[in-house]
Design a protein around this ligand. Structure first.
Ligand code: UD1
Length: 440
């Protein structure tokens, strides 16, 4: 009898805990208030790590976030032969590329994250050979790599594809003018890294000019690369024979900053980000102001405060390459707009399948209609906690943000996306007053 009672209470305990671990639990929280510090930009970190393949020696990178994508990139570079020391407490990464001699990246590693494709340019530059497989990553669209491959071919790389494996080797390498059909971040970075060691002058026209691309340029220049950026959106690279190891502090993460600011906005709170890169977040900050929030920017361009209005109004956003509204901030903003008075419009133009969080937000009581690439959002008075599923890194955060204001408890599965993108963001939100727990 007592055994039965025991087992019954165990089941109810389990049910009360929510879904199978790992998951995030977010309870309705008070307005978030306080100051938060940022880590380095994940997207800058990943490509800068691959750029070290271009050098032979010991480089030191600071401000490196210990998220799972960065850990995967460490494993990938180690597989190629690099010796790596990483301290997630100090966020300092030391990479010794002297013994790096492998140029094959196995399918399992490529599948872990799409950014793995960014080893191709550096491997071709160092060894004249690279073997990768078609990358995996978020489920936010087809995400082909044709701009990378077509332009490597134009520069004299022979590309052969066998199933999922792509093999490239250099033959009569030549610098060229490369015109990108779309300013792809990854293609710009990959081609630029290859061009740093390609004799002659390469021009990438209609290049991506995201802040993370500029951080890569800063690193490549420290290595000794010759790179110039001119209007209209043209990066000119003059190849050099050798590049040397570097020390570099990665730029602060505008995506983490945006998440924290939306956390302040959605809860009607007050957040100060002393390191907030306002100079590269203009479009988001302007949209906050349109909603009625007060934004204060430090005159240096670094440092942002948001004082949120309790009655935000609906706005329209349309994602675009930088300096347009960043696609990576779109999901966060959609969470905030579910509670803005009136009808908001969110158009996603960068990735064709990046509105999947709309369905999950609707489960929480949001009123969202998705028509093709556009979400029409009618602001509601209240969201309600329920179980939702994260479909990509930014969606996982959007659901956390919505959970902060939803009545009751929101549980979020698909936590591995959260862990891919953020180091300890749940702790930062908790310090600002959020009721959030990561169950692992
Ligand atoms: C990077 C970022 C990602 C961000 C995106 C857009 C990293 C690790 N990831 O991804 O967080 O959301 O920029 O700011 O830095 N495309 C092609 N062919 C190609 C390459 C891209 O058609 O060869 C298309 C893509 O499918 C997409 C668009 O171009 O529709 C933009 O993609 P791209 O800028 O390349 O994004 P990523 O570099 O993959």
């Amino acid at each position: 009898m007592s055994e039965n009672i025991h087992s019954t209470s165990k089941v109810s305990d389990l049910l009360a805990q929510g879904p199978a671990v790992p998951y995030l639990a977010v309870d309705q929280s008070p307005p978030l208030e306080g100051e938060a510090l940022l880590l380095g930009a994940k997207n800058a970190t990943l490509v800068i790590m691959t750029s070290l393949i271009l050098t032979k020696g010991v480089s030191i990178l600071r401000n490196i976030p210990a998220n799972d994508d960065v850990i995967h990139m460490i494993q990938l570079l180690e597989k190629l032969g690099a010796k790596i020391a990483f301290d997630p407490n100090t966020n300092v990464l030391e990479v010794d590329t002297r013994a790096l001699e492998d140029y094959h990246v196995p399918l399992e590693m490529m599948k872990m994250m799409r950014a793995s494709v960014l080893v191709m340019g550096p491997l071709l530059a160092r060894f004249g050979k690279a073997e990768i497989a078609f990358p995996g990553g978020d489920v936010i669209g087809a995400r082909p790599v044709d701009y990378h491959l077509i332009n490597f071919q134009k520069m004299g790389v022979v590309i052969e594809q066998h199933g999922q494996v792509v093999h490239g080797h250099t033959q009569h390498v030549k610098a060229r003018n490369l015109l990108l059909e779309y300013p792809s971040v990854g293609a710009t970075e990959n081609l630029m890294m290859f061009a740093t060691r390609t004799p002659g002058t390469t021009r990438i026209i209609n290049a991506a000019l995201e802040p993370e691309v500029f951080d890569l340029i800063a690193v490549l220049k420290k290595m000794g690369a010759r790179i110039q950026v001119d209007a209209p959106a043209t990066i000119t690279i003059t190849g050099v024979e050798e590049l040397k190891p570097v020390e570099h502090t990665v730029i602060f993460d505008r995506m983490e900053a945006a998440a924290l600011l939306v956390a302040g906005a959605i809860t009607g709170g007050y957040i100060h980000l002393p390191q907030g890169p306002a100079h590269s977040m203009g479009m988001l900050l302007m949209k906050f102001q349109e909603m009625g929030h007060t934004i204060l920017i430090h005159p240096s361009g670094t440092g942002i405060k948001i004082k949120a209005t309790k009655t935000p109004t609906a706005i329209s956003i349309k994602t675009a390459p930088y300096p347009g509204f960043a696609t990576d901030m779109q999901a966060y903003m959609m969470a905030a707009l579910t509670l803005a008075q009136g009808m908001s419009r969110v158009q996603e133009t960068v990735f064709e399948n990046r509105l999947m969080h709309a369905k999950e937000l609707s489960k929480m009581g949001a009123q969202i209609d998705v028509v093709h690439d556009t979400a029409l959002i009618r602001g509601v008075e209240q969201l309600y906690g329920t179980h939702v599923i994260a479909s990509d890194i930014r969606a996982s955060c959007a659901l956390v943000l919505a959970g902060l204001v939803a009545e009751g408890r929101t549980t979020i599965s698909g936590v591995y996306h959260w862990k891919r993108g953020y180091q300890g963001l749940e702790g930062k939100l908790r310090a600002l007053g959020a009721n959030i727990t990561l169950y692992e």
